[in-house]
Design a protein around this ligand. Structure first.
Ligand code: ADP
Length: 564
């Protein structure tokens, strides 16, 4: 703007100057032309009157100087006298404009311009009484010549004026622009000297208010959005078509195992695995895509969807969910199904084999009782297995009866040990019960199964002459059941796995002792059902201790309890 004002001022100054010079020159020229014509006329009249009185002698005696040319032309047009040329060498002048006018009307004048010398010749002719004519010619410079003459002073003035204009223009333009530059665009105030800017500044003020309102709204909706996404358990990433992250919540960073995220980063900076890349590229290609990512601490399900605008993908939305537990459960379910099939098939195959032999008369009558006993034992194993599976699946599906009765645990333990009396005697294990009478609220059926499985194991995996002790005690708000035996114990490396379904320590050892591998699983679920905990401590060859801790008042059963 400063430059524009500056140039405008300079241009106006120069144009004005040039116009002034031209006009003044033209005026002066026209004035001097008039004076020159008048002088020539006066000279012609004076010389004519002098010649009239003194004849040709006047002309011969008089020195006219070099400024005018005097010519005496006879009435026929021949030149009698000329100050500049030999009259004989001059042609007949009767056809000259001023001379023919003088012949006709007594006086005549004309002017002629010579482009070669850039001069104008002014002529005036006066007729004498004898019919001859005196002509006086004076030379007057042309306008161009005048201008050319004035060129050097004009240039000097022009340079001076230009210099002055440059200084003045730069000062003026700066003075005009400075207050405009100093306007605070965020809070514009109308200045007295700049009333012309008032509508613009008012508009700016209202635009500022509007923009600030919209920014506040944007900020608050952005904060709301980020508050909502930050409270999500699932990871959320929104990226543009170049896969630059626009939004990313902290769950996404956590689930992808990415440390931090900076604005303008690529999604690949969060996870660079091939699976993830393929999933995102598929979404960019316009197809919803899903994949499972294995990160350091688990498995993530990634769902990437294209964000379409008209007929092009303008970005992608990625959801990330922690499916570690889901996947583990899925694996456990698969293993459980295959284990169940296997465990059911083994006794059934034996039963089928024996039955086949009996049907084909391959068993001698003396052996029938023994084969019958085998069938009963395998059937018993099947029944136990099915009972355990049923108990476990009831606990799994939360189909166990939601009994909330008062159970006295000492009496319940007594009952259980009584049921196992024969087993203990057969194995040569001495059982004992100690502690105090403690009542808790819970399910009698489930607690009875918990105690039964622990005591049954304490007898099964015991040694002849060993002992099994059950102790019921309590601490504030909690009851502690300890089932300890002096049996074979569990090697340290297996301790963490004994609660898994179908897990049996050392198959060769376990195969000698009947079992389904589900007992401790039922114990764990039963305890969890009562919001309690179970712990195992064991020393190989010395014995095992199971410690169950249960709250005295059974809390509301946790519907989302995990499955072990
Ligand atoms: P099972 O039907 O085989 O007894 P459990 O789930 O009850 O299945 O037990 C899992 C495994 O833990 C058993 O196979 C056994 O090897 C081991 N175990 C359980 N209780 C004891 C114990 N008291 N002493 C030694 N080993 C035990």
């Amino acid at each position: 703007m400063t430059k524009k004002i500056f140039l405008s001022i300079i241009t106006i100054c120069i144009m004005t100057l040039l116009a002034a010079i031209f006009l003044v020159t033209a005026l002066l020229y026209s004035r001097s032309a008039e004076i020159a014509s008048a002088e020539v006329r006066t000279d012609a009249r004076l010389i004519a009157s002098a010649v009239e009185q003194s004849g040709g002698n006047y002309l011969d005696k008089t020195d006219f100087g070099g400024n005018i040319r005097v010519t005496w032309i006879a009435s026929g047009g021949n030149v009698i006298y000329d100050t500049d040329e030999d009259p004989d060498s001059l042609e007949n002048h009767s056809d000259r404009e001023e001379i023919s006018q003088a012949f006709d009307s007594g006086e005549g004048s004309s002017s002629r311009y010579s482009s070669t010398i850039m001069q104008k010749t002014v002529n005036h002719a006066v007729r004498l009484k004898d019919g001859s004519v005196i002509r006086v010619s004076g030379v007057h410079s042309s306008l161009t010549a005048e201008l050319m003459k004035a060129l050097s002073p004009m240039l000097a003035i022009l340079i001076a004026v230009v210099l002055f204009s440059v200084l003045a223009a730069s000062m003026v333009s700066r003075n005009i622009v400075r207050p405009i530059n100093n306007i605070d665009l965020s809070h514009p105030k109308i200045k007295k000297n700049y009333k012309e800017l008032a509508p613009l500044l008012e508009k700016l003020n209202s635009q500022n208010a509007k923009v600030s309102r919209q920014m506040d709204e944007l900020q608050s909706s952005r904060e709301q959005f980020s508050l909502m996404t930050e409270s999500m358990e699932e990871g959320l990433i929104i990226a543009d078509p170049k896969l630059i992250v626009l939004t990313c919540n902290s769950s996404a960073l956590r689930l992808l195992g990415a440390g931090s995220f900076t604005q303008g980063q690529s999604v690949y900076a969060l996870n660079n695995s091939d699976v993830f890349r393929r999933c995102l590229l598929n979404a960019l290609g316009g197809r919803r895509s899903e994949c499972i990512l294995r990160t350091g601490d688990g498995q993530r399900e990634v769902i990437a969807s294209p964000a379409n605008s008209i007929d092009m993908v303008c970005g992608i939305v990625v959801f990330i969910m922690d499916v570690t537990e889901k996947q583990e459960l899925e694996t456990m379910r698969r293993e459980f199904t295959s284990n169940v099939s296997h465990e059911l098939k083994t006794p059934l195959t034996t039963i089928y084999g024996i039955a086949d032999m009996l049907a084909n008369g391959m068993v001698q009558s003396g052996d029938v009782a023994e084969f019958g006993g085998n069938i009963r034992s395998e059937a018993e194993r099947l029944i136990n297995l099915i009972n355990d599976i049923v108990s476990l699946s009831k606990l799994d599906e939360d189909a166990a009866p939601h009994e909330n009765e008062n159970i006295e645990l000492f009496a319940l333990a007594e009952e259980v040990l009584d049921r196992l009396k024969l087993n203990a005697e057969e194995k040569g294990v001495v059982t004992s019960l100690s502690g105090e009478k403690v009542s808790i609220t819970g399910s009698r059926t489930i607690l009875s199964e918990v105690l039964y499985n622990l005591c049954d194991n304490g007898i099964k995996y015991n040694v002849s002459g060993g002992s099994l002790s059950v102790k019921i005690s309590h601490i504030p708000q909690r009851v502690i059941i300890t089932v300890s035996d002096t049996g074979m114990g569990i090697p340290k490396q297996y301790l963490g796995r004994v609660f898994e379904r179908f897990y049996r320590v050392d198959k060769s050892r376990s195969s000698r002792i009947k079992g389904t591998g589900l007992g401790l699983s039922i114990v764990k679920h039963g305890v969890l059902y009562h919001n309690g905990t179970v712990r195992v401590d064991s020393e190989e060859g010395k014995g095992t201790v199971f410690t169950v801790e249960l709250p005295i008042e059974k809390k509301q059963h946790n519907e989302e309890q995990g499955v072990f």
